[in-house]
Design a protein around this ligand. Structure first.
Ligand SMILES: Cc1ncc(COP(=O)(O)O)c(C=O)c1O
Length: 447
């Protein structure tokens, strides 16, 4: 591997001269125009669930574009849109039959927030405007989605202009709230929600939004068993809608098609994206209960939200092709089993490294947290930008992984997400483990 040393350091809008140019992809591998090869340890940002260069998906996109690229939503529905709606409703279960297709995760979250507001207006409770969310969570970059996000570094430049909301403790058994034992995290955090609703007055609260397994802001952090059920009970009792943000953890990545299914819980509204079209076209969806839709239609006649590209026909065709592959090839079951395998292999390969504090996750969504002291869980000084060092080192070793910072308090903490395509073979998973272990050892030597 001769990949050059310096690699991207920020998720900025503009490219920097330091980044290689992408050439093509095949399965779990990506090639740059200099001929270097990279393995998809994280499927980009937990995105490429069926790998790159999939011919079936490519053919479906081309066939759709050859017919028509897009049927605009005020005039037409389309076969891909209708078929994808039916497939998602079936996979989701629990009455989640209504959906609006948008162009990505942030728009999906934004739509979920607005659906909650419109539902309460339609339901005669227009005072329900407030959103409750959690610290160390990420819901997207549009102003609404950013407002409910608990990712300090990404919020900072926009503070003062964000929608006021409530943010509760992060739900993390490795880093419980102060003075809370790990086995009490579920109850404590659910109680916090109950108390906040009480404090605000339920009549003022629209929805609670959370990631069932936290992604970028925490590093693949599942909530402890029982938490989601307690939240469901609180929402049912108070009329607060439950919004599950499954943009990263959903669509088969975490042990079931819907991540919250593993907890035996159905949300009122759910955001999905990423694995929905696996990166082949920009696509996300707000999926919601029919009873919400019926109430909105009775009162307002239509869901008053949408965009030019809502229900984009070719994007839906791409999503449909990806979802048919996932279903036909049993990829949800494969991802679940491969996740256990990958975690076990990582445990063997890096578990003895003294700066690996935690290896966690669910399904094929795995987080590694790095700490300066394993006993106290003290993180490294954020000035070190350790997570960026890991990203840079791994990339130059030909491994794409997804390190982020801030898992401890929004600023301190270094975590790495591994979330390979569901299609990765065991040999490819082994290669990811090898490269991750090598990269971490190399970084450790520099500290
Ligand atoms: C949980 C979650 N919600 C929302 C988003 C925003 O999605 P997008 O980047 O597609 O706008 C992300 C992106 O990483 C995410 O992880």
């Amino acid at each position: 591997m001769t990949n050059t040393e310096m690699r991207p350091t920020s998720a900025s809008f503009t490219t920097s001269g330091a980044m290689p140019r992408v050439s093509h992809g095949e399965g779990v591998y990506v090639y740059d125009t200099d001929g270097n090869r990279y393995i998809e340890g994280s499927g980009g940002p937990t995105l490429f669930c069926v790998g790159h260069g999939n011919r079936e998906v490519g053919d479906a996109i081309k066939a759709q574009i050859d017919r028509i690229a897009h049927g605009y939503r005020y005039m037409f529905s389309s076969d891909p849109l209708e078929e994808l709606t039916a497939l998602i409703a079936e996979e989701s279960g629990g009455g989640l039959t209504r959906m609006s297709f948008v162009s990505g995760g942030s728009e999906a979250v934004e739509s979920c927030l607005k659906l909650a507001l419109q539902y309460h207006s339609a339901n005669g409770e227009p005072s329900r405007r407030r959103f409750i969310s959690r610290q160390r969570s990420w819901h997207g970059n549009t102003l609404g989605a950013l407002s409910v996000s608990g990712f300090q570094a990404r919020r900072a430049p926009y503070e003062g202009a964000l929608i006021e909301g409530s943010q509760l403790s992060a739900v993390n058994v490795y880093r419980p709230p102060p003075n809370v034992a790990s086995d009490k995290v579920a109850e404590f955090c659910a109680n916090e929600l109950d108390e906040e609703i009480e404090r605000l007055g339920a009549e003022n609260v629209a929805a609670f939004i959370f990631e069932p397994v936290v992604g970028a802001a925490g590093g693949a952090v599942p909530a402890p068993p029982g938490y989601a059920k307690l939240v469901r009970e609180i929402c049912d009792r108070t009329g607060v809608l439950m919004i599950a943000d499954e943009v990263m953890c959903g669509v088969g990545r975490c042990g079931a098609w819907r991540a919250l299914d593993v907890d035996g819980v159905t949300p009122d509204i759910m955001a999905i994206a990423k694995g929905l079209s696996g990166g082949y076209m920009p696509l996300g969806a707000a999926v919601y209960q029919d009873r919400l839709y019926q109430r909105i239609i009775e009162a307002h006649g239509e869901v008053i939200s949408g965009h030019t590209y809502t229900g984009h026909t070719t994007a839906c065709a791409a999503g449909l092709a990806v979802q048919k592959i996932i279903r036909r090839d049993g990829l949800v079951e494969k991802a679940t089993a491969d996740g256990d395998y990958l975690r076990a292999q990582l445990g063997q390969a890096i578990g003895d490294l003294d700066f690996v504090g935690d290896i966690r996750g669910r399904g094929l969504f795995i987080g590694i947290e790095l700490v300066a002291d394993r006993d106290t869980k003290e993180p490294y000084d954020p000035e070190l930008q350790l997570f960026i060092k890991v990203r840079t080192r791994a990339f130059s070793n030909g491994l794409i992984c997804y390190p982020t910072g801030g898992s401890v308090d929004g600023l301190r903490g270094d975590q790495i997400i591994l979330s390979p395509p569901y299609t990765a073979s065991r040999a490819e998973l082994d290669e990811i483990v090898d490269k991750m272990a090598t990269s971490l050892r190399q970084v450790r030597e520099t500290l």
